[in-house]
Ligand binder design. Structure first.
Ligand code: GSH
Length: 200
């Protein structure tokens, strides 16, 4: 399997999962913002010129949550509870919470604080994004009371939404008085597979 990857991006989710399930992979490396990500050689593979992209034989996928679902379905079904499992509904809810709720304000915050040239950045927009991010995290803080993982057992909801939570903390989201969220993020960051993905 080949993973188109950039450090400190959503591609870490993909490599983290591959490490968790001990599936061999090779990396095609970019750094975020590198112009080669928009070159035709890559946009033929991923029209948006983003990462991650997974190529497995004749299959190409370029949405990180879909990649996680694909990998779990094919290689590690226990990480993706099925409809008869007790935790099925909460697994779905939290698997999709990253791209649905957490990443949109992170995206806006990154645009307003890093991607735009300083003269085009808007502090009010950045503050609004951070406020919204903090609100989306409150739901996770409440959910994580007396829990180790988002859907009881460790699942791909943790490699996807757990990764978004780790990113939120690194971007400066408010973790004060959020003990459940803090210990959850610590727990994930201490996993060997996560550390291997970060070192990739
Ligand atoms: N919804 C997509 C988002 C992919 C995405 O935006 N990736 C970012 C990195 S986290 C990217 O490649 N950005 C580079 C760019 O926009 O040039 C997913 O979950 O995979």
């Amino acid at each position: 399997m080949k993973v188109y990857f950039a450090p400190q991006s959503r591609a870490v989710r993909t490599v983290w999962l591959l490490e968790e399930i001990s599936q061999p992979y090779e990396l095609e490396r970019f750094s975020l913002g590198q112009k080669e990500m928009r070159a035709p050689e890559y946009t033929q593979i991923n029209p948006n010129g983003r990462v991650p992209t997974l190529v497995d034989g004749n299959t190409t996928l370029s949405e990180s949550t879909a990649i996680a679902q694909y990998l779990a379905a094919k290689y590690a079904p226990s990480l993706a509870p099925g409809p008869n499992a007790e935790n099925f509904a909460e697994y779905l809810q939290w698997l999709h919470y990253a791209e649905g709720m957490i990443m949109p304000p992170i995206n806006n915050y990154v645009v307003e604080t890093i991607l735009l040239p300083p003269e085009r950045r808007n502090e009010a927009n950045a503050n609004r994004a951070l406020k919204l991010l903090n609100r989306t995290l409150e739901a996770v803080e409440r959910h994580m009371q007396d829990r180790e993982y988002l859907a009881q057992d460790f699942t791909i909801a943790d490699t996807v939404t757990g990764h978004a939570i780790i990113m939120a903390r690194r971007f400066g989201a408010d973790f004060t008085n959020r003990d459940n969220l803090s210990s959850y993020a610590d727990r994930l960051e201490s996993r060997a597979a996560f550390k291997a993905a970060e070192a990739a």
